[in-house]
Design a protein around this ligand. Structure first.
Ligand code: F6P
Length: 323
């Protein structure tokens, strides 16, 4: 029986627990012995590795977060600690490692795979930021988008009752994907993301016209990446004489009951990861596109920049141009 381990690294996402459940069940189905590594790369360095059982994953599919916990490891950036991590994998005779994480985690996985022999790695893109090159979908994004949708729909009730502008800040680190999709699908009047240059004068012209036509409130979705929520709220007050409030959605976007889509994607990502390892893929990431799932070498993913799909950007460029 060969040994296979899984760890979660970086920001948690809803769907990680569904992935852990599938990992344990599919490993056993394939004749592998599954192991959990707790606290991500930190736990790997410290040897927090133990065999996983069916009972460990019973009842967790509906829970956000990750049962085996996660971390952002500074130590893992140093070769000496990665050596300890590899020694720990070897001492448990682990031949396969599945890593759920975002771009920082994949950079770590790329380094580890360069320094290891006899161990194969498979990455599963897992970040609400949806900013991994090579895949159009990362685990957790659908749940995050639904949390944002729910929040904006609720805020709209207050915005419309009070004639206010609400500036809603979404997560995304350097990437505007969450903000753009949320703005479009929530009917926001304004969307500020780093990928699209914006012109406040053109927004002002457009909004003044809308006010003349009877509009009483505004919803602005601003990505944390543009770092301008405060200024935007101020702008509504000063330039349009509209009372404004800021809602920083924060970590609420990362948690909660995973959507059906994320549960299913978790199952598919894990199935492809394990199949790829068994087929002999040494160091790859499971990616998703319109053509389905495929494996890409970690070197093609870890140091590349993600680009938001052009069709979405095209829709986003229409913001501020209401005539
Ligand atoms: O990468 C996921 C993410 O939630 C980003 O959107 C955000 O900028 C960051 O993590 C927050 O990190 P932390 O949980 O360490 O505060």
């Amino acid at each position: 029986m060969k040994n296979i381990a899984i760890l979660c690294s970086g920001g948690d996402v809803s769907g990680m627990n569904a992935a852990l459940k599938r990992f344990v069940e599919y490993s056993f189905a394939k004749g592998l012995k599954p192991y959990f590594i707790e606290h991500g790369y930190e736990g790997l360095i410290d040897g927090r590795i133990h065999p996983a059982q069916y009972s460990d994953v019973a009842g967790i599919i509906s829970r956000g977060g990750t049962k085996i916990q996660t971390s952002r490891s500074q130590r893992f950036m140093q070769k000496a600690y990665r050596k300890l991590a590899l020694d720990n994998l070897r001492s448990h005779q682990i031949e396969y490692l599945v890593v759920l994480g975002g771009d920082g985690s994949f950079k770590g996985m790329q380094k580890l795979s360069e320094e290891s022999e006899g161990i194969s790695f498979s990455g599963i893109p897992s970040t609400i930021d949806n900013d991994i090159a090579g895949t159009s979908y990362c685990l957790g994004v659908d749940t995050a988008l639904n949390v944002i949708k729910f929040s904006i729909d609720s805020i709209r009730d207050t915005a419309s009752s009070f004639s206010r502008a609400f500036v809603i800040e979404t997560m995304g680190r350097e990437c505007g994907y969450l903000a753009l999709v949320s703005a479009l699908t929530s009917g926001a009047e304004m969307c500020l993301i780093p990928e699209i240059p914006y012109d406040l004068d053109s927004y002002k012209k457009s909004f003044k016209k809308q006010i003349e036509e009877g509009r009483e409130y505004f919803i602005a979705v601003v990505s944390e990446a543009v770092k301008s929520s405060e200024q935007t709220a101020q702008w509504f007050k000063e330039e349009l004489a509209i009372e404004s409030r800021i809602m920083v959605l924060g970590h609420i976007q990362r948690g909660g009951n995973p959507t059906v889509h994320d549960r299913l994607m978790a199952f598919n990502f894990v199935t492809h990861a394990i199949d790829g390892l068994l087929e002999g893929k040494k160091s790859s990431v499971v990616c998703f596109s319109d053509c389905g799932f495929n494996h890409k070498p970690i070197d093609e993913i870890a140091f590349k920049k993600y680009q938001i799909n052009e069709d979405l950007l095209k829709l986003g460029r229409e913001y501020g141009s209401y005539k």
